[in-house]
Ligand binder design. Structure first.
Ligand SMILES: NC(=O)c1ccc[n+]([C@@H]2O[C@H](COP(=O)([O-])OP(=O)(O)OC[C@H]3O[C@@H](n4cnc5c(N)ncnc54)[C@H](O)[C@@H]3O)[C@@H](O)[C@H]2O)c1
Length: 379
């Protein structure tokens, strides 16, 4: 069986933890056709690299990602650094012939995303972006019901991604709060996940109209005005946007880090001609389902509890609470299968660049107060 040797760049942070567990779990829970070696953990400095490699069980550590991607014995480069550094590392890794997994958002900057897409398309290596939620077993179940016609044609998608970290005065990592390093703010950070899910389940987003809100951390009052936000170069802490999809469906989206009590709640409802599904990440192994074809005296929502009959649900018993690390492993399993079978990774750099274009459309619409056509957004 092929052995795949992985180097993780930025492995001492939040995603370093999730991916380290994901790489360990991936070959245990499914046969991907390869064994995985957690070969090298790279961090910004030697002490951090050494400590993280030991704690997260990597064979070696390094404080120099360039030296690591130049090594002949590394097959996969897994990039979990902040988004502003994704393009440089990913493009160099692809040029060195490595398969590349990069965390979401693909980058903060559309021009960089275009370069990354171009590099991926010119390379024979496999590349994939870390929109992990689309791989959850519940989402695979919804996707099947769309693909086999059970749900019919998508009509309306409404999604929320809400957290309370801003309300509590917490910032997960310093880079998230800084212009440039943190991209737009919540739209690029958590909003990108619901854009990816919408694109995966419903189809391409054609046009967008948006409003965004930013908070002055010193002021315990409402959102800043647009002028104050621009002058202070504040990132968006909240965003609302509506969309038209290319297939005629419509959508609405909300993202905020000022939702007291919301602990990473990602929620959506999708109404289709044949029925409705509802998903809440805080109940990640359940789907609420109503079908138009239900008997007249049995209409309404039922809760489907994921179990061993659902694809990607790997416990032999339902109700085991599949969660974030299961999801980290699922996306890496699919990436490894793509490498072994010589297929493209999904979501691809092109998919994630399209998501970046939607994020940029949200920002431009919030500034212009106009609808923005996603295809017309250029870097
Ligand atoms: N898919 C998800 O659910 C999810 C969740 C959180 C974060 N993310 C994404 O993962 C990425 C990382 O986020 P995080 O929360 O783990 O950030 P983090 O700040 O916790 O970790 C980033 C790590 O990268 C290291 N680093 C920075 N520059 C480096 C360099 N040049 N060389 C080596 N190491 C370097 C830092 O020292 C830090 O340990 C971001 O793109 C973020 O959007 C995804």
């Amino acid at each position: 069986m092929t052995e795949i040797k992985v180097a993780i760049i930025g492995g001492g942070g939040f995603m370093g933890y999730a991916h380290s567990l994901g790489w360990a779990l991936a070959p245990i829970t499914a046969d991907t056709g390869a064994t995985i070696r957690k070969a090298v953990l790279v961090e910004a400095d030697e002490d951090r690299a050494k400590a993280a490699a030991k704690r997260l069980n990597w064979d070696e550590w390094s404080a120099d990602w360039r030296e690591v991607i130049a090594r002949d014995d590394i097959d996969v480069v897994d990039i979990v650094t902040p988004p502003a550094s994704h393009a440089e590392i990913a493009i160099a890794a692809l040029a060195a012939g490595k398969h590349v997994f990069v965390e979401k958002p693909i980058t903060n900057d559309l021009a960089d995303a275009d370069l990354m897409q171009d590099a991926a398309e010119k390379s024979s290596a496999v590349s994939q972006v870390g929109f992990n939620y689309r791989h959850a077993a519940a989402i695979s179940f919804v996707k099947h019901m769309l693909d086999d016609g059970t749900l019919g044609h998508p009509l309306q998608f409404r999604a929320h991604y809400t957290q309370d970290v801003g309300a509590l005065g917490r910032v997960l990592s310093g880079w998230r709060a800084k212009k440039g390093a943190g991209g737009s703010g919540v739209t690029g950070d958590i909003g990108s996940h619901i854009i990816d899910l919408a694109s995966y389940l419903v189809g391409d987003i054609e046009s967008v109209t948006a409003i965004i809100g930013a908070k002055d951390p010193a002021e315990n009052s409402a959102w800043l005005s647009d002028d104050q936000r621009r002058e202070g170069q504040y990132l968006d802490d909240a965003a609302l946007w509506m969309t038209k999809f290319s297939n005629g469906a419509i959508g609405s989206f909300a993202a905020t880090v000022y939702a007291s009590g919301r602990k990473n709640r990602m929620f959506f409802e999708l109404e289709c001609t044949g029925g409705t599904v509802e998903f809440d990440w805080n109940h990640s192994d359940e789907i609420k389902l109503s079908l138009v074809s239900d008997k007249p005296d049995q209409q309404g929502f039922r809760t489907v509890s994921l179990n061993e009959n659902h694809e990607d649900y790997w416990y032999p018993l339902g109700g085991m609470g599949s969660g974030y690390i299961d999801d980290a492993a699922l996306q890496l399993q699919k990436f490894v299968r793509a490498i072994v079978e010589g297929r493209a990774g999904s979501p691809s750099f092109a998919d994630a660049t399209r998501t970046q274009r939607v994020i940029e459309a949200v920002m431009r619409s919030a500034d212009s107060h106009q609808w923005v056509n996603v295809d017309e957004v250029t870097a």
